[in-house]
Ligand binder design. Structure first.
Ligand code: SF4
Length: 404
């Protein structure tokens, strides 16, 4: 007779609140990867060390900045600056967080979704309602609202008598105090909305779906991730096969049609080319130095040689004498082709003679005169640049934040 099967307990997954911003962008970022060695990085270590100094000060514990710097293996002076900033900023917002507890570890197990959420809240106050503060020492280059939601949910799940939590970010680099503004009331998250958010978030995480983008730079899987590897192969193909041999039209044909894919590959290729460009200058300088030391040329052993070619250039300097002589020998109809006006140098010279507070006006008046003479050209130059996309958190708090 067939034995009844023992029910298998669902595999329980776990996520830290601090991983929620990346996880909300890419569920696969939380997939365990045996090839990955976990490392927080220098900035994260400095942040952790800074938070420990804040926790010590809030609880009245004495500490030695050097000991904490050694513990986290960070620079003592950098930590002293971070610690001083955290404390002075805290003092400016402390009235919002009466009787604060710091570095509060919390967890919540969601049985139906078989998921565990953990996190350590920087500052938690349970005196005049539930209030949490997340002090950030790094860059706000991702939308951190998922992290704040996760901390807020943890706070509410561990304090069942509350139904809302005041949540805010204290950001060191921007000198900003940012209360959440996407709740029903400015600064608050509510239990029911957080539970709905968590339910969707847990399902998203269980999907394990990949979504690559700028955020991949923060992912511990970025060196082994199959999605990234595939994209790098495509970018490398564009760079190596087509860049060397293809025409601009052929390369354009090869690039993806989807604007997001085009942007992703485009940024990768642009970054690789910029790096190549920058490094190529350094390499050329290094080679010139060594080849000059070796007599100005070196053979490659294959019938070719690398040579430092010296070429003297003789740019003409525009002086009163040289200009008046040039005017006497150049036919008048060729003046436009021969004589150029250096706009930058002219602006500098005019501003140097204008009185204080008059420089801009005098220069604008000069430009208008040149425009009236028809000798100001307007050219549109197109150049590629990679820009940051403003984080949603910063955008959402554009009107509600305050400097600290
Ligand atoms: S590297 Fe990017 S795509 Fe790959 S798992 Fe990490 S975040 Fe997702």
């Amino acid at each position: 007779m067939e034995q009844p099967m023992t029910p298998i307990a669902p595999i329980q997954k776990s996520i830290r609140a601090s991983s929620a911003p990346l996880a909300s962008l890419c569920a696969a970022s939380q997939t365990p990867d045996p090839l990955v060695v976990a490392s927080g990085g220098k900035q994260a270590d400095l942040g952790s060390a800074g938070h420990e100094t804040l926790a010590c000060r809030l609880t009245g514990r004495e500490f030695d900045i050097g000991d904490i710097a050694s513990k986290y293996e960070v620079d003592r002076d950098e930590l002293a600056v971070t610690a001083a900033w955290l404390w002075s900023s805290w003092l400016k917002v402390s009235e919002y967080f009466p009787v604060p507890r710091s570095e509060v570890p919390l967890e919540y197990t969601d049985e139906p979704n078989a998921f565990r959420l953990t996190g350590t809240i920087d500052v938690l106050s349970d005196c005049d309602g539930l209030r949490i503060l997340d002090a950030k020492t790094g860059y706000l280059d991702m939308d951190f609202s998922a992290q704040l939601r996760a901390y807020s949910l943890l706070a509410l799940k561990n304090n069942p008598d509350h139904d809302r939590v005041y949540a805010a970010v204290l950001h060191m680099r921007n000198r900003k105090f940012l209360p959440v503004s996407d709740g029903r009331e400015h600064g608050y998250y509510y239990r029911d909305e957080l539970e709905r958010w968590w339910d969707d978030f847990a399902k998203h995480l269980r999907s394990g779906a990949y979504n690559s983008g700028k955020h991949c730079q923060y992912c511990r899987r970025s060196t082994t991730c199959p999605k990234i590897t595939g994209e790098l192969v495509q970018a490398r193909r564009v760079l190596t096969e087509q860049l060397i041999e293809g025409t601009a039209e052929q390369i354009a044909e090869l690039l993806p049609n989807d604007p997001v894919e085009l942007g992703r590959i485009g940024v990768m290729v642009h970054d690789a080319l910029s790096l190549f460009d920058k490094r190529s200058k350094v390499w050329k300088e290094a080679l010139k130095t060594r080849i000059n030391a070796a007599g100005g040329e070196v053979p490659d052993g294959n019938g070719r040689k690398l040579v430092v070619v010296k070429q003297e250039q003789h740019p003409l300097k525009a002086t009163r004498d040289s200009l008046s002589y040039a005017l006497s020998v150049v036919p008048v109809e060729q003046f436009d082709d021969v004589f150029g006006i250096g706009k930058g140098a002219l602006e500098k010279a005019i501003k140097a003679t204008a009185g204080r507070g008059q420089k801009k006006a005098v220069w604008e008046e000069t430009l208008q005169k040149f425009e009236a003479m028809g000798c100001v050209e307007t050219k549109t130059i197109e150049r590629l640049e990679v820009h940051q996309v403003a984080s949603q958190l910063e955008e959402s708090h554009e009107h509600g934040d305050s400097a600290v």
